[in-house]
Design a protein around this ligand. Sequence first.
Ligand SMILES: NC(=O)c1ccc[n+]([C@@H]2O[C@H](COP(=O)([O-])OP(=O)(O)OC[C@H]3O[C@@H](n4cnc5c(N)ncnc54)[C@H](O)[C@@H]3O)[C@@H](O)[C@H]2O)c1
Ligand SMILES: O=C(O)C(=O)C[C@@H](O)[C@H](O)[C@H](O)COP(=O)(O)O
Ligand SMILES: [Zn+2]
Length: 362
Amino acid sequence: MKTIHVNLSADSYNIYIGKDILAKVGEIVAKDKEPCKMLLITDENIEKIYGDVVAESFRQNNFDVKLLSLPPGEEQKNIENALLLYDNCFAHKLDRKSLIVALGGGVVGDLSGFIAATFMRGIPYIQIPTSLLAQVDSSIGGKVAVNHPKGKNMIGCFYQPKAVFIDTNTLSSLPSKEMVAGIAEVIKYGVIRDAELFAFMEKSMDAILQLQDEALLKIIATSCQIKANVVEQDEKEKDLRAILNYGHTIGHAIETVTHYKQYRHGEAVAIGMLYATKIAIELGIADTSVFDRQLSIMKNLGLSIQTGLKSEDIIKALYTDKKTVSGRLRFVLPTKIGEVIISDKVNDEMLYRVLDKPLLAF
Ligand SMILES: NC(=O)c1ccc[n+]([C@@H]2O[C@H](COP(=O)([O-])OP(=O)(O)OC[C@H]3O[C@@H](n4cnc5c(N)ncnc54)[C@H](O)[C@@H]3O)[C@@H](O)[C@H]2O)c1
Ligand SMILES: O=C(O)C(=O)C[C@@H](O)[C@H](O)[C@H](O)COP(=O)(O)O
Ligand SMILES: [Zn+2]
């Protein structure tokens, strides 16, 4: 089992990465935590496959487990489900020493973390991510939130988990479209921080999609390490952490405009990364190879790269982006593979110019 430490003073924690971890999680957690009341939150797809093994692993270590599963999907990451989960915290008599465990993709992770952060002003929680996206990104770093009809992740806070357990075996049941959506966030890490990771993806995509152990460990551990490094330097996104938002400004706008129903998060981010790169090329800070290399991986993965959405709807939604300061948009833009800058030089006129052209017509 590989361990990556996230160093955040009193809020530090470990990310454990390996195979066959699910059945052992209860035992590992019990080494540091007295048995207690526990709410295990998951979704219906994941409950069917992994609910019992995780619940049993905690029960065998004397945790008093209540399992609650929500329907799957991004639309479930809402304040109504947060209220439902608080009701369950009360019904199961959770107190400040109790434990919340998030077993699932990013939707379960973000929502469960939000409950843990806010119930009784904060109780401990653990992330057990089962999608690639959650393993490389959402389970780490403590951004927890629910969506609002006006914008993605608009109601939330920063609240770190006590530990993250990544069992790469869970990817064997992950539908391929979900795998591809997760790969989009790995492409993001390559573009913002790691040209070598990007090149690895260019040459090893077949091994990744075939879930070969070495390739999976490489992309998951490298992504976790990059995220840990960035979060350690800027936990609350004062500055540097905004680079993790590459592709998300337009990506989140696409998700909001389509009411969180039409695109997986990773799919919207992929389109957002291509548009951000087009903007960088328009500004003269990146050359076309930066676009072509990303496009080539995305085409290879079968990612759809057109939206058919109206530019004005996307631009309107952009202004609720959390990086906007005093009404000025701030974009994360690549200068080359492995390096990005944060720019406030992008105006509406340029956005219309870029968004009005189909991505492939450039
Ligand atoms: N907090 C953060 O830093 C952060 C980072 C990135 C993304 N996110 C959030 O994460 C969410 C997207 O996460 P996601 O892509 O995991 O989506 P998701 O949670 O909706 O999971 C995708 C689908 O895969 C299924 N699934 C998950 N693991 C499975 C498995 N092992 N086997 C079979 N089915 C499985 C789920 O049931 C669901 O249907 C978005 O809400 C996004 O905003 C948060
Ligand atoms: O952890 C971060 O910081 C990120 O930006 C990671 C993103 O992949 C993730 O989608 C995040 O939830 C977006 O954050 P937001 O603050 O723009 O909602
Ligand atoms: Zn994301």
